[in-house]
Design a protein around this ligand. Sequence first.
Ligand SMILES: Nc1nc2c(c(=O)[nH]1)N[C@H]1C(S)=C(S)[C@@H](COP(=O)(O)O)O[C@H]1N2
Ligand SMILES: [Mo]
Length: 215
Amino acid sequence: MTGELKTKLIETKKAWARAGRLLTGKTAEHGVDRLPPGQRLVENWPVLDLGIQPHVPRDDWRLSVGGLVETELAWGWDDLLRQPQVEMVSDIHCVTQWSRYDNRWTGVTTRHLAEMVTPKPEARFVLLSAYDGYTTNLRIEDFLDEDCLLAHAHDGEQIEREHGGPVRLVVPRYYFWKSPKWLKRITFAAEDKPGFWEERGYHNVGDPWLEQRYE
Ligand SMILES: Nc1nc2c(c(=O)[nH]1)N[C@H]1C(S)=C(S)[C@@H](COP(=O)(O)O)O[C@H]1N2
Ligand SMILES: [Mo]
């Protein structure tokens, strides 16, 4: 681990949630309006994290998948590359108001991963944790959307450490805090469990077109 936890940033973002900052009161329709309400387009790619950017060499990276599944699995870097690879282009929407269009991700779809582990029928949520201790949660159907993937490359280059390399999750339909960097563990569960930002006033679902910034 390097860096210190950004306690001030975390306190500020908690206060924004309490105050409902940045809310426009508008909603929009996904698939009709490309830019969700209250968002502005950026060309650069901001870096957001809790102040800790873990250094996980590719050869040390392990992803474990378990909980309510028929077959648990643990993948290393080579295992991930041996799975069917896809390329998908999607937009990023961060709750701090920036959006970034046309990100070309390479990796393995969450649907393929689910085929490998076979979630049990009782599994309704997916709990995610990362090498910096970050956590977040998704409804299983959102995790299994067709555009979700475990990504190891962005615009044809390996994902840089600051953006979550070697492997991050990408869930384009929701605010980007639902896309953990430095992905470590995926747990299928019957019960939901709020993650880091969800426990600090951020919305449990986080749909940008419904402006679900805060709970
Ligand atoms: N492991 C981990 N993943 C994380 C975060 C984090 O702090 N740790 N921050 C989230 C937030 S709030 C955002 S906006 C995006 C930022 O990703 P980026 O730095 O690649 O833009 O990562 C999300 N995933
Ligand atoms: Mo964010």
